[in-house]
Unconditional design. Sequence first.
Length: 166
Amino acid sequence: MYDAEKRISKALPKLAKAATSEELKQAFTDHLEETKGHVTKLETVFEAFGAKAKGKTCKGTVGILEEGEEILEENEDSPSLNAALISAAQKVEHYEIASYGTLVAWAKLLKNDDAVGTLEEILSEEEAADEKLNDIAESSANEEAASNANEEEEEVSAPQSKKAKK
């Protein structure tokens, strides 16, 4: 997760820049600050186990971030962009939630209360970020994408209707 958080810290500014919704831009910017804090908190977890902080390439995060880049490119000039960005970001959040849930369980098993507390704090922040993205999706982004899809369907079917009447 140490490597994952560093990678996510580099990806979030791109998502914020791409978002067309001010609320979504702000959510990405806020989570960037939290993510930078996660890197620091993970360093304290390493210390709690008497280890030096170091990362191993997180292939899961690499893959999810690559997929996110594709989603961004495919939806760049589309009204569905914000919904697509949320989809990509929630995949990252869900991966992190699963990973931190496991790390909390392991820290409990190892009876390292300092690590448990820090990891639970990070987990809680990841869950809150996911919920915020969900709220934005449900309050605006999904409707924008759906209404655009409906408009495109109407444009496509309109010429066919004219032909059918002839």
